[in-house]
Design a protein around this ligand. Structure first.
Ligand SMILES: NC(=O)c1ccc[n+]([C@@H]2O[C@H](COP(=O)([O-])OP(=O)(O)OC[C@H]3O[C@@H](n4cnc5c(N)ncnc54)[C@H](OP(=O)(O)O)[C@@H]3O)[C@@H](O)[C@H]2O)c1
Length: 319
């Protein structure tokens, strides 16, 4: 257990953020989450050392003020799609720069940054390029802060937007209609959200992780088609999956990209042209044996009773 720290988290109300907040709160750290919608996330305030502040993190003076007295900043802000003024450049690149600069100005010694697997300034999609640019800035320009970046493949867990989304789409399809799947051959190594959160927590004080970038993958590589078929099986849905070739996949992305909520866009399609898999096992420095999809997903996608059991297990783990 590390010494109690003041930790400011951007994106602490999101899917991954909530798991990190829970694990840090369990260790007694004083956590300040900055959110656009404080009132929507009041449930997090049951954790005794957590406070939520409403503030505009894109405003540098605001950010600078919020970082005063912090030992660590964690940046989890990210978007999968652009909409209106929420562009990849603003949310990934410019924000990372503002965060890095505000850390320097306040002499915050530690910054944990959430990136994505295959983030690359020359990547095929705007998502991957902007994530790569943000990382590059933090690791090459921000010298006075110990930065660690995390690059997960797709993350799964009870509130994920991967398995849950496919389960919803599969349920929505008419009974005998096959499920048309874009990018069916794209490869992923899904990683469990609590393993990702644990990697953040364990890197806090560990000097070996300073200035490092860590790809994070689960133990098994699957094609998207295998993952969708698995989702159908766990949900008890009998449905044929129809893999789409490159052209129809892009066309589907163009059509779905104009639907409300943009369920699938051309930029998502381009991201899926590189396999989201790791070259090596989960980084040994964290001492984590990453959980398999099969040992967790049925607990939240399966029967109602099983989901209840998962909530009970989580509550027990928190005590
Ligand atoms: N989920 C995955 O499978 C996955 C895989 C690889 C990498 N990642 C990365 O991991 C990070 C966290 O992902 P997540 O799934 O936890 O995301 P999430 O559930 O959408 O949470 C992100 C949080 O960021 C804040 N946020 C979002 N857009 C913002 C904006 N334009 N300006 C200011 N704040 C904004 C929101 O907080 P408020 O509403 O409270 O302001 C939200 O709770 C992201 O950087 C993502 O790219 C995720």
């Amino acid at each position: 257990m590390s010494q109690v720290k003041n930790i400011c988290i951007l994106g602490g109300t999101g899917f991954v953020g909530r798991h990190i907040v829970e694990q840090l709160a369990k260790q007694g750290h004083r956590i300040k989450i900055i959110s656009r919608h404080r009132e929507r996330h009041r449930d997090l305030l049951v954790l005794p050392t957590v406070k939520i502040v409403s503030a505009d993190i894109h405003d540098p003076p605001v950010l600078k003020k919020q970082f005063i007295g912090q030992d660590t900043v964690i940046n989890l802000i990210g978007i999968l799609n652009e909409s209106g003024r929420r562009t990849f450049q603003k949310v990934h690149v410019e924000l990372a720069r503002k965060v890095g600069e505000a850390c320097i100005m306040n002499e915050v010694p530690r910054l944990l940054h959430m990136s994505a697997l295959k983030a690359d300034i020359n990547g095929p999609s705007k998502y991957l390029r902007s994530k790569g640019e943000a990382e590059k800035f933090l690791h090459t320009v921000v010298h006075d802060v110990h930065v660690t970046s995390f690059q997960p493949s797709v993350i799964f867990g009870p509130e994920d937007s991967f398995f849950n989304r496919f389960a919803k789409l599969l349920r929505m399809r008419p009974r005998f209609a096959p499920f048309p799947l874009a990018c069916a051959k794209a490869k992923f190594a899904p990683v469990f959200v609590e393993d990702v959160a644990q990697a953040f927590v364990r890197s806090l004080d560990d000097k070996r992780t300073f200035a490092q970038r860590y790809p994070l993958c689960g133990p098994t590589v699957y094609t998207l088609q295998e993952l969708v078929k698995y989702t159908a099986a766990v949900c008890g849905i009998k449905k044929a999956v129809l893999p789409l070739g490159n052209g129809p996949s892009r066309l589907q992305a163009m059509l779905m990209g104009v639907l409300p909520g943009k369920p699938f866009t051309v930029d998502n399609f381009l991201s899926a042209t590189v396999d989201s898999v790791c070259e090596e096992d989960f980084p040994p420095v964290f001492g984590i044996n990453p959980k398999a999809v099969e040992s967790v997903v049925p607990l939240y996608l399966g029967e109602q009773s099983t989901r209840k059991r998962y909530s009970q297990l989580r509550r027990a783990a928190r005590r």
